[in-house]
Design a protein. Structure first.
Length: 423
């Protein structure tokens, strides 16, 4: 394993301006996932860090990341960037080789090709298909600003790369704020991804009253009554993941595969390895009592199911499925409403992260929001050119987004003409 010891920063020259702070003398390393998995001591330190992390992120826990690497087609370049201090792991981030998602024609004033940036491969946080948060695991007892300096300073020597792409980090969280301070003097491109639906605890259960109009709440109550009359039983939500985690997962996979995702081939049960990933992930979190499985039921009939995970002081949504026969009555939304009631009855939980895409924030019933951001940090000799490169990439992505509806209409028109000519 390649290790690099970094010296602490020199003290300021003016004694009156000195402010004593914890000094980070961490050893930064890059290791493969199989090597880490074979080291019980490393996995134990990893689990401890995830439980104590400054910002909880169960998507980077070994209970989730290791099954994902085994079953979800992890790239050969997948590595773990870690920092060790005093015998414990204080930083962990999975990364893999990556190129910008869309390479746009680079503006002429930017000499990126001559600088050797275009065509190069950088590093990006590895987000498997079910990783909805990119926050690195950081020890809460270290100086986070200096820890970022340590990791970013050591990374080019350990893994030569022109940039590090850090997506889906909460902009206003302690890790995100520290990252902005740490990269203030580095070439950087920061982009907001929008707001994710969120729920923060209130003293009283006034969530829906704050987020929805009385008309909207009445409509949900009407849909619940329609279901109860049609099925002849009360509609209520029960939590099954703590008592029967294996059964909750199996029944979720069955319900999801019975719907449109099963027909489209995107349900976890029909995608090779995805069902196995969920089972292994659920077993890992269930062993710690952190797996939640909710079911919206009317007597023996299950209308919707969801899987969630607890971490730190909150709940992270993972997956949800519903019975399409009752789609007009919005069983998934009713399940979300009941989840709020369950959540308020758990005094040790302070928030719910829906794990939803920011584009859905306007349609979710959860009315609190959390901004997500992506930060690209330039590293090495071509670092100063990286912000311009990703600015061009972002512009190309925005143009594609604006023109996509027109392109789709054109494609549909061509297909219709071909269909008529074939008749």
């Amino acid at each position: 394993m390649n290790l690099l010891r970094l010296a602490e920063r020199p003290l300021e020259r003016h004694p009156r301006r000195r402010t004593p702070r914890p000094v980070v003398t961490a050893t930064t390393a890059v290791t493969t996932v199989p090597s880490a998995e074979r080291d019980p001591g490393f996995v134990a330190r990893w689990r401890d860090l995830e439980r104590r992390a400054l910002e909880p992120n169960p998507f980077l826990a070994p209970q989730m990341l290791l099954p994902a690497a085994r079953h979800l087609g992890a790239p050969p370049s997948l590595r773990l960037v870690t920092a060790e201090q005093d015998g414990r792991t204080v930083f962990l981030l999975p990364v893999a080789d990556a190129t910008p998602h869309a390479m746009a024609p680079v503006p002429r004033p930017v000499p990126l090709r001559r600088a050797g940036v275009v065509g190069c491969v950088g590093l990006r946080t590895w987000l498997h298909p079910y990783c909805f948060l990119g926050t690195p695991l950081v020890d809460p007892d270290v100086d986070v600003d200096r820890l970022w300096d340590t990791v970013l300073g050591a990374l080019p020597a350990l893994r030569p790369t022109p940039w590090l792409d850090l997506p889906k980090i909460p902009a206003d969280g302690p890790v995100g704020r520290s990252l902005r301070r740490a990269v203030a003097t580095r070439p950087t491109r920061c982009t907001s991804l929008g707001d994710r639906s969120f729920a923060r605890r209130r003293p009283q259960p006034t969530y829906l009253a704050e987020w929805m109009s009385s008309k909207g709440r009445s409509e949900l109550n009407r849909k619940r009554r329609v279901l109860q009359r049609g099925l002849g039983a009360d509609v209520a939500t029960v939590e099954q993941g703590r008592e029967d985690p294996a059964g909750a997962v199996a029944r979720f996979l069955e319900l999801e595969a019975a719907g449109w995702k099963g027909r489209a081939g995107t349900a976890m049960a029909v995608r090779p390895g995805h069902g196995r990933f969920l089972q292994e992930m659920a077993d890992g979190f269930a062993a710690d009592g952190r797996l939640l499985g909710f079911a919206l039921e009317a007597g023996p009939r299950v209308l919707a199911r969801s899987i969630a995970i607890t971490a730190g002081g909150g709940v992270f949504g993972f997956k949800r499925a519903f019975d399409e026969e009752f789609a007009r009555s919005s069983p998934g939304t009713l399940l979300d409403v009941d989840l709020l009631d369950w959540f308020h009855g758990q005094p040790d939980l302070q928030w719910i992260d829906t794990s939803s895409d920011p584009s859905r924030a306007d349609t979710d019933i959860y009315g609190d929001h959390m901004e997500l951001a992506t930060t690209v940090v330039g590293l090495g000799r071509t670092a100063r050119h990286v912000p311009a490169l990703f600015a061009a990439v972002d512009a190309a992505r925005e143009r594609l987004r604006r023109h996509r509806p027109a392109v789709r209409r054109r494609i549909d028109l061509v297909r219709a003409r071909r269909a008529r000519s074939a008749q």
